[in-house]
Design a protein. Sequence first.
Length: 400
Amino acid sequence: MPKSNDEKIISKPKGLSEKLPNLFITGSIDIPFLALTIALLTFGLIMLFSASYPYAYYNRDHNSYYFFVRQFAFSIIGLVAMFVMSKINYKYLKVVVRPLLFLTLGLLVLVLFYHTSLGGADGSDFKRFIPLPGGLTFQPSDLAKFTLILVMADYISKNQKRMHKLKEGIIIPLFILAVFCGLIVLEHHMSCTILVFLIGATLMFVGGSDWKLFAFGAALVVLGIIVVISFPDMLESYAGDRIKAWLDKSYSPGDKRWQTNNSLYAIGSGGIFGVGLGNSKQKYLYVSEPQNDFIFSIVCEELGFIGAAVIIILFAALVIRGFIIAARCHDRFAALIVIGIVAQIGIQVGLNILVVTDTIPNTGIALPFFSYGGTSLMMLLFEIGVVLSVSRKTSQKKVQ
């Protein structure tokens, strides 16, 4: 049978011995996944403006639109990247795995020595952002999440018949995870370290790692968490203090529970239907920087339980739809990429809500599509484009 346009092959660039399909891919994208993405992005921009304008007014030269305008610009760039990536054949990602790995590791090392000055109240230095011209910054850990997904997907797809063994299924993947997590923890970025570890663990589990060894490892992790919670002083001060603040529910103005306590006040004030869009009181310098990690508390206050539940349902639907796309894909590499991306979104949403509700210690993790951050939003939309690219292939009658 004659091959379709996207199945015709072209020669690789000089130096690559194999062949790749056409750069652009045909087929229709997954409309439900795209619609859920646009809905969450729209909700996120609306809530970002509502949550951020008082803080922006008092801290950004009376410019109430500061965070919204910048986030809107980032979203436009991200949407362009998303639609462009949705047309590019995802199989080309295999070509960039190695160079992207070296680039990411290089940036993770660079940020340790060249970063913005961002210090904690305890004197710790957070080495997370590389300064760029024009007052912009770049956070390498956002790129690291995607790079890890690609590296793990490539490794697991090439070793799928040996993933049940100790070396291929446990030791080597854990070594890959240790490299990423080790560099990120040096940034004093505990939340991203946890997120990256959980993404990698998810891909290992789905990829076929021996469930008995996996369960044993999970038990060790749980034991480690119990030990850390019991003895928080064994951690660096910035992390240990947050665990102490989580354990000690007592309140005093200006202490380390200030943000968490005001987050709980905001959530409680929202009730069932909320106080109305734009009517939050806690965003007036009570919840510190409400446009960032604790934006969900403002969502709960203004939209109430109903509004918060709708947003959680949208996130859940996005993750479930992603798993459906992965299940329909006959290419293991592509399926693992999709699983990694939607797992990243699901885990990040879950951790953010757990932090905002004081269920776990404050880790400083952002809420996808909602929290302010240019690098993270653009990378997230680019990753959505990768999922849409895979969905074009799964929509075709013949899946290679």
